[in-house]
Design a protein around this ligand. Structure first.
Ligand SMILES: Nc1ncnc2c1ncn2[C@@H]1O[C@H](COP(=O)(O)OP(=O)(O)OP(=O)(O)O)[C@@H](O)[C@H]1O
Length: 362
């Protein structure tokens, strides 16, 4: 009887929300549609290839070799990359430049095997042809900051460390280095919270998620059939609407996918944090600093040099300053390497790179 009364009381409280039912049902049916579309997608390439697994410490040095690589986006389309041959030595810092549509991003995509059809030739990393590996095996071993970095829904902690591999100190150290610590918790508050001693982070209070789930489970167990229908339709929505989410600070702070509290430049800085924590041997920065101001760009470049000194770094950039300290520059033109060499040598030679510098077309 007691359970029935509480069901009725809850039902009365929730009944006003029935007015929102059509929009919720529409959202639900959209989600089902999106799920169907997703589940109908063909797998891009094998995720794991059992007889060709990637060694745990791979790649050991970071030698990247493009061997006669040609790529098209469709069988009937023109080549986006044409017979590329280049060896990038371990630890080299390579700047990749060229006019729009020259093939720079396509080159980056081939290192991650984002294009698997209409590809001729190969990309080898430390002597391994990456097309032999499962994509789920080798991609996590490489680092990237893409043109547009995203944050996913959850805490800052989950965004930085979804697999729980790092300590709280690792995360704060990376955020302080990248200048994002101040965004999520001012220094004054960090100091008073004793940040760096794990004290700011309470595992049991992770996003309040555990408590919410427990309460939700109890309500569900107590509820009768009718109430379960009501709970199913409404409680998930209530949770995501909670204003409490925006009150947390520090690594417990909740962020959303299109969170307008972070500029696109700040999202790039969070991507840099992830890279600093993981230290991969091969990194691709695809216009990673395009959205930040010149001062932040130069700080990021300095950080990349100090943190990834031994790593092979391929930096695609339009800004001259970003790639001027590279060991070598690759100038792409119509899917081909038009020029390659140290920046000062290319300028002295007076060729394509010198032209780009002169016209400041980065
Ligand atoms: N998804 C796609 N489908 C079909 N063609 C594409 C696709 N992406 C790129 N291309 C084509 O491939 C060629 C190389 O494009 P890519 O994006 O690699 O150039 P980019 O040098 O990175 O240009 P930008 O500086 O504008 O980013 C271009 O001709 C482009 O039109």
């Amino acid at each position: 009887m007691k359970v029935l009364c509480s069901d009725v009381a809850d039902l009365i409280c929730n009944v006003g929300k029935l007015a929102n039912m059509p929009s919720r049902l529409k959202a639900f049916s959209n989600n089902v549609g999106a799920f169907r579309e997703f589940s109908d997608l063909e797998a891009e390439a094998p995720y794991i290839v059992e007889d060709c697994r990637v060694p745990s410490q791979w790649p050991p040095s970071g030698n990247v070799e493009f061997k006669n690589l040609s790529v098209k986006y469709g069988a009937d389309q023109a080549y986006a990359l044409k017979s590329l041959n280049v060896v990038i030595r371990p630890g080299e810092k390579i700047g990749i430049v060229g006019r729009t549509g020259a093939g720079k991003s396509t080159l980056a995509k081939t290192i991650f095997r984002l294009l698997n059809e209409n590809v001729e030739g190969s990309v080898e990393i430390d002597g391994h042809d990456i097309s032999k590996f499962g994509v789920g095996d080798f991609r996590p071993k490489l680092g990237i900051i893409p043109q547009e970095s995203t944050m996913f829904r959850g805490t800052v902690k989950r965004n930085l460390d979804p697999l729980n591999e790092f300590t709280i100190e690792d995360m704060w150290a990376a955020m302080i280095k990248c200048g994002v610590a101040e965004i999520i918790q001012p220094k004054r508050k960090r100091e008073s919270a004793g940040i760096g001693n794990d004290e700011d982070y309470d595992e049991d209070d992770d996003d309040g998620e555990k408590e919410n789930l427990k309460a939700e489970k109890e309500r569900w167990e107590k509820a009768g059939l009718l109430m379960r229908v009501v709970l199913f339709l409404f409680t998930r929505k209530e949770k995501t609407n909670s204003d409490d989410k925006h009150k947390k600070v520090g690594i417990n702070m909740n962020v959303g996918q299109d969170d307008n509290r972070f500029s696109s430049g700040q999202r790039q800085l969070f991507s840099l944090c992830r890279l600093i924590m993981r230290k991969r041997k091969v990194l691709i920065l695809d216009e990673a600093t395009a959205e930040v101001d010149l001062e932040t760009d130069s700080k990021m470049q300095e950080l990349i040099r100090s943190e990834f000194g031994e790593c092979t770094v391929l930096t695609i950039a339009h800004r001259l300053d970003t790639i001027m300290s590279s060991d070598r520059i690759i100038v792409m033109e119509k899917g081909e390497i038009a020029e390659i060499g140290p920046p000062q040598e290319l300028i002295a030679k007076g060729g394509k790179f010198a032209e780009l510098v002169k016209a400041n077309e980065f």
